[in-house]
Design a protein around this ligand. Sequence first.
Ligand SMILES: NC(=O)c1ccc[n+]([C@@H]2O[C@H](COP(=O)([O-])OP(=O)(O)OC[C@H]3O[C@@H](n4cnc5c(N)ncnc54)[C@H](OP(=O)(O)O)[C@@H]3O)[C@@H](O)[C@H]2O)c1
Length: 282
Amino acid sequence: MENFKLNNGTTIPAEGIGTFLLSPDDAENAVYSAFTNGYTMVDTANAYMNEKAVGRGLKKAGVKREDVYISTKLWPSIYGDAAKAIDDTLKRLGTDYIDLLFLHQPVGEIKAAYRTMEDAVKAGKVRSLGLSNFPMDELKDIVDNEEIKPSVIQVEAHPYFPQTELKKYIASFGGRIMAWYPLGHGDRSLVNEPVFTELAKKYHKSNAQIILRWHVQSCNIVIPGSKNPAHIKDNIDIYDFTLTDEDMKAIATVNKNVRYYTATKEALNGYLHMAPDFDSQK
Ligand SMILES: NC(=O)c1ccc[n+]([C@@H]2O[C@H](COP(=O)([O-])OP(=O)(O)OC[C@H]3O[C@@H](n4cnc5c(N)ncnc54)[C@H](OP(=O)(O)O)[C@@H]3O)[C@@H](O)[C@H]2O)c1
């Protein structure tokens, strides 16, 4: 496992297990599987409705809190009472601090919630701040005007959409990308691109492992999602080889500059009004 340094002096693992769309039971099992196979980071969110399960998986794996990096996200419908939302999140996860806390979507009472997250950093409840799915202008507004710069920007990123422009801007304030959909959400046409098949043969790895290695060598923090223990194990087995500059250039040719998902204004407003009872999760 490799680590990256963040702009606030803390360290973050290069890779973690993603838990989007995992049911509580699947999330608990995936986290248990990951942390008993060398993972040190998990990414979840209020909206995934599996934070309690993540906490259970970590407990079951028997890992010490200081050896675990927890990344989670506040949902827009609770930005208005972010102090309570943070305390509730801590309770669901069964911890007294969050390593990395994101605003999940760029809608609603963003500034108020961000300032409350800054207070939570000062109170020791949160270590690092992140923004997820923020377009460049809204990101810039926070970076230029708020006290604590975000350390991690979580956005869709993979070889079809490597986020070249955004990464340049993020580097200017020492931030780092955390890539969601790192494997294209499992899209076979991405995973089976001939370049990955060729490199998989060359390094005796799977296509998915080549893609994940590309992410880490591109300085992306990567959080592949999986509920398959064999995939979970393989996805972290990427630190015993290095792609050459030529390999990296060959992978760059599959860039289509196309995302899988774009949030419309209507979708973002829908998020604001989506207010599940987060505590009702299993
Ligand atoms: N901030 C946001 O708005 C946002 C949005 C989406 C996702 N995320 C985060 O990013 C994480 C990653 O995204 P994701 O899980 O949606 O997509 P992903 O990691 O790109 O792909 C997950 C899919 O790939 C398959 N897979 C995983 N490892 C594999 C392997 N070694 N070989 C073949 N297939 C493999 C999984 O199936 P199996 O279960 O069968 O392995 C699953 O169907 C999420 O879990 C979540 O934490 C954040």
